[in-house]
Design a binder for this molecule. Sequence first.
Ligand code: AMP
Ligand code: ZN
Length: 664
Amino acid sequence: MTVKEQIQSLRKELREHNYNYYVLDNPTIDDFEFDMKLKQLQELEAQHPELFDPNSPTLRVGGEVTKNFETVVHEHRMYSLDNSYSREDLLDWEKRIKKIVDGPVEFVCELKYDGASISLTYENGKLLRAVTRGDGTQGDDVTTNIKTIKSVPLQLKNDFPEKFDIRGEIVLPFEGFQKMNEERLAAGEEPYRNPRNTASGSLKLQDSAEVAKRPLECLLYSLKGTNLGITSQFDSLEKARRMGFKVPDAARLAKSIEEVLEFVKYWDIHRHDLPYETDGVVIKVNNLLQQEELGYTSKAPRWAMAYKFKAEQVSTRLNEITYQVGRTGAITPVANLEPVELAGTTVKRASLHNADQIEKLDVRVGDEVYVEKGGEIIPKIIAVDLSKRPPNSQPTQYITHCPECQTELVRQEGDAKHYCPNDNGCNPQIIGRIQHFISRKAMDIEGLGGETVALLVNEGLISNYSDLYTLTKDVVLPLERMAEKSADNLIKGIQASKQIPFERVLFALGIRYVGETVAKKLAKHYKSIDAIIAATTEDLVSVDEIGNRIAESVVEFFASESNKTIINKLKNYGIQLEISAEKLANQTDKLKGLSIVVSGVFHTVSRNELKKLIEDNGGKVSSSISSKTNFLVAGDNMGPSKLAKAQTLQIPIISEEDFLFRLK
Ligand code: AMP
Ligand code: ZN
């Protein structure tokens, strides 16, 4: 087999595995085997840049950055849908249809997925472009981001029309949404409110590698184009499925409005078993000729109708408002409710978010409140039934002192939340911070769990994370449920964490707003904790992607005497507080202060390696050319618009060879 054939066969094989896994939910090999094959392909592609293919499965991990999304006019307008809410509405709609078309009318019932709509264009079986709905006439080109969604085929299967658009919805399944939020909470960030907004926000992220990390899915429901070889909506779903698209199989044919209503009734209950959110049913006239006859109003097709599920609401009594203290000291008010059934689960608590929310709703203990369960994991209170308010009711007074340590709360300007400032004396904060410190993505201390941390703190054995390194077997053995073996493992795990690299230690410290990514950026830029401690707010904001909020929080953290003491202790215990010498050896300042744009296909190094070289040598990779660009490294097949722009702005263009020579 030639290399070319080998590459092609690997691509084909990996595409098929992607399809089995992401579209059919039915993988036929395990993750390890898949990763090995992917790695093999990556290596071959790196050695043979001349065989580059923009649709290769290796490019699913993203990496391209888009600063400005280009506006694209839709070839076929993306209409909205009319809404209906009752049997009568649907019967009226049917009457209007029968006035225009003759003969029997069949309907296709589909679920209405609640996400961000997308239009994909395919040409000769390859994904050409992905565009958001925008205002319906024109949207944003988000192709680089969409390519990272693994259920979107880059290359179609079986037979396909030469050119067509396919419409669908980008959704974020509940499970993945919840996981993202757990990670955000662990990093001290506000959780996302609901999957829909998070899905649509994802499409407009500048860094496609970030999008690749999000477990988005693309569900498709409609083909647009000419000569598609289909005569009905139901066929078109089947056709799309055969081409390799993820088309949910809930769709049913209905011969009457009564059958449509049965479908609605069934899914109104069973939609809660689906892995993603739906907000209704979409009913479409099945026959495409009839659709054509019916045509469109100014905003929606006459041949389709949305039927909205009733928002899931119940009313119940608010028994008590309690306040939770998080790891960062943030206070969250929680409504404790008289238990009530809602959307298939028993609800006992609802989030009240913050003081403003309480004031806005004017919720009071004893009120009958309406609770709604949308995409949010925790239900929310949307209103108060004032007619049922007890006569002696008093407005809610927000707490002024921490419920755990009685310290007076503070609220900074621009912050929605109140905070307990007693970082080092407030138990949930102390425990939460140590729990964060030992967590998997931070110091990853094996043999030590969250409950043991709470126990250690409550027994007075530790009061901050540096104290972990003073623990000995004798000290922990008397703890509840601690056996010889587990005590050994605990101490071993703690000792092993001294090898964890600096960037993760920095994340582990639990500085507010310093999540994993920010920690990496700071570690890379400053290289040691001492340099970060010495940095001013102005220094910090000059680092790529570090804003004011983060900079201030970093400065504040290291200004604290107690934090300084803890850092010194960590230093003495041998924790990695600088980038290791080995890592540093590959870094220079040769490109310091330079802003560099990379474009095209390269031979000796891959595009990503090139970017890494720039960063390791102190330069900054920028995605678009501006007057601030110092030079452009150009490979083969560079985009014509970039070239033109570089020429207009007189930005020097250098070749891959010249660039690598500079670094010698
Ligand atoms: P609306 O935004 O309420 O006018 O509803 C129209 C939107 O519903 C479309 O733009 C699609 O994004 C979305 N939608 C979700 N599921 C479907 C479906 N099965 N068929 C058509 N549109 C759908
Ligand atoms: Zn407190």
